[in-house]
Design a protein around this ligand. Structure first.
Ligand code: G6P
Length: 609
């Protein structure tokens, strides 16, 4: 949510900053802005809309070799030109870009206006520019340190000052900030994606750190300006991973990367000899693992729904009571934290503030939390007692696909390991390992059904409202399917337990309201089919995701479209049912002409409560 990029060196900053912003745009895309220090002082350009709107509207002679840029997802105040970052002080000496939330912004705004400062915007961030400008410290890092000593909240920020044209000062508290080292040039960014084409030698700031960045290097400090030791390391990353390549969108690319991503999360973690998984990162020995009496999974959005799939896996394989809860709700009900409960935080970005705060609540009360996280070194990963990295590679599209698949596999590995120190037999362990090993190939088979799914999606896209239904293992699949559909197609898609349809929503079924039904070949297949008949009897159009051999019980001709997915072990089937739902959502959004990677009103990483 919101992206920052900065440059200092011998090149013109504007093209580099604009390119960086474009690559960060998935994080927030309702407004964008740039500030540069050139021969004639500080220049700022910002406006509501996309980065390309900003680029097209840049004034002539907008140039400089030092600059910062920002792409925004509005929190305080609407998305308009004034609220866009960078923010400046009244004299135009200082420019600030900020990610995060300043909790005491109202008090600081009041204090500044009592002192005669006119605030131009509705934002919390603007106060930082005024506070830096008003500081009497004689260095820029001193001014930033002064300003931040008054600030409560989270920030990743970058500051320019006309009196200090040889430097950028950046700071981090809760919102990521990295410094990138180039050849006589330096970068700063909130996300590696912004700068990865120019350098992969980076230093990650810690919370409570400030850095001064000049063209030749960087120095890090604590907030009180005592020095910290922080070196840059060169990451083993292929910059091409951050490009969509031949794909027309990141979502499509990421869906098609799933077979490989799935192989990566499993690699080196399966032990066929003992029919178990090895998850060294959990930091728990067999005795501690056995002592777990309950598992509580916390995540938001798709991570919450896959958490429900994970809870089912844990209950089935390890026979441990498990449930998932929206991390955004958890902390507000004063949860009871028990010592023999294992808490599991699930997050692609590792930044989602609701999930992070839930983790902090658990740890504050002495609970043990592990993370299922994709972004290495992210805030949630660092906050947890241990965890499983998902190795899905960078995920750019707002709608999560490959990360979600790897979350499911992460849960399967966890369930296997917890199960095998309990009652799961070695034979069952090996059965599941064989199933996991088949999955990448089977995901490939589902992806090969894209044409059929695209055709169906084209028809579903015409409906204003749809149901996604499933039971038990299939219900979180339906929830995830509805989520994907609504977030990128903007159609009303509601998930329901198939069993509950007759208790209310059946009233809405009509030829205009299609239902996508999850009907795996499991112990509930017959009951699911009975519900399909109830829908068909009300002339509700049906798309049935099912396995070969499931008897749909003579539904009338044309009443249902059948999508057959490959069969794995029952416990692992849910993920193979999720993949066609991704394709349905994707092709519906495509048919409707939407911006698939950047759906309206959403952002990839939600770093505000
Ligand atoms: C946002 C995104 C969702 C995502 C959720 C959790 O709401 O739009 O697609 O599932 O955040 O993100 P996380 O990074 O914690 O998995």
């Amino acid at each position: 949510m919101c992206g920052i990029v900065g440059y200092i060196g011998s090149q013109q900053a504007v093209p580099l900053l604009t390119e960086g912003l474009t690559r960060l745009e998935h994080r927030g895309y309702d407004s964008a802005g740039l500030a540069v220090l050139g021969t004639t002082g500080l220049k700022v350009a910002k406006r509501a809309g996309r980065v390309r709107d900003l680029s097209e509207a840049l004034p002539k002679r907008f140039a400089g070799k030092v600059g910062v840029g920002h792409t925004r997802w509005a929190t305080h105040g609407p998305a308009n030109d004034v609220n866009a970052h960078p923010h400046t002080d009244a004299k135009g000496l200082v420019a600030v870009v900020h990610n995060g939330i300043i909790d005491n912004a109202a008090a600081l705004r009041q204090r500044l206006s009592d002192e005669g400062v006119e605030l131009a915007s509705d934002t919390d961030s603007e106060v930082v520019a005024h506070l830096v400008a008003r500081s009497e410290a004689d260095t820029l890092e001193g001014k930033v340190s002064d300003a931040l000593s008054a600030v409560e909240g989270t920030y990743g920020l970058a500051v320019l000052h006309v009196d200090f044209p040889d430097r950028l000062v950046v700071a981090r508290n809760g919102s990521p900030l990295i410094v990138g080292v180039g050849e006589r040039e330096m970068y700063v960014a909130s996300d590696l994606a912004a700068i990865v084409r120019h350098t992969t030698t980076v230093a990650h700031l810690d919370d409570g750190e400030i850095a001064t960045v000049t063209a030749s290097g960087f120095t890090t400090y604590r907030l009180d300006l005592t020095r910290t030791a922080r070196d840059a390391t060169t990451l083993d990353i292929d910059p091409a991973e951050y490009d969509a390549g031949e794909h027309e969108s990141f979502m499509r690319k990421e869906m098609h990367e799933q077979p490989h991503a799935a192989e990566r999360v499993l690699r080196g973690r399966l032990d066929e000899r003992f029919g178990t998984a090895h998850l060294g990162g959990l930091n728990m020995d067999a005795r501690e693992t056995r002592a777990i009496r309950r598992v509580k999974i916390l995540g938001c959005g798709s991570a919450y729904y896959v958490g429900q799939m994970g809870a089912a896996l844990l209950e089935e394989l390890a026979r441990i009571p498990a449930d998932a809860e929206a991390a955004s709700e958890f902390r507000y009900r004063n949860p009871i934290i028990e010592p023999d409960t294992l808490y599991v935080a699930v997050s692609q970005s590792g930044e989602t503030i609701d999930t992070l705060l839930a983790v902090q609540e658990v740890r504050r009360k002495g609970g043990r939390v592990i993370g299922l996280v994709n972004v290495v070194g992210s805030a949630i990963a660092r906050e947890c007692d241990g965890g499983i990295y998902l190795h899905a590679g960078p995920e750019v599209a707002v709608a999560s696909t490959k990360a979600l698949t790897n979350m499911f596999l992460g849960f399967a590995l966890l369930a296997l390991q917890l199960g095998r120190v309990r009652d799961l037999s070695i034979a069952d362990g090996r059965r599941l390992i064989a199933g996991l090993q088949r999955l990448p190939e089977q995901i490939e088979q589902v992806l090969a059904q894209e044409d059929q799914l695209a055709e169906l999606a084209g028809r579903l896209a015409g409906a204003e409202s749809l149901f996604f239904v499933g039971r038990v293992r299939g219900f979180p699949v339906a929830r995830e399917g509805a989520q994907k559909f609504k977030e990128i197609s903007y159609r009303h898609a509601e998930a329901y337990q198939t069993s509950e349809l007759k208790h209310g929503p059946l009233a809405l079924i009509s030829p205009e309201v299609p239902t996508v039904a999850i009907v795996p070949d499991d112990e509930l297949a017959e009951r699911n089919v009975a519900a399909l008949h109830e829908i068909a009897a009300r002339r509700g159009p049906l798309v049935v995701l099912t396995h070969e051999g499931v008897d749909l019980g003579g539904l009338p001709d044309g009443a249902a479209e059948r999508v057959v997915v490959p069969r794995n072990e029952r416990e692992l089937d849910p993920i193979l049912l999720v993949v066609p739902l991704q394709l349905l959502a994707y092709h519906a959004a495509l048919a409707l002409g939407h911006d698939i990677d950047k759906p309206r009103n959403l952002a990839k990483s939600v770093t505000v409560e």
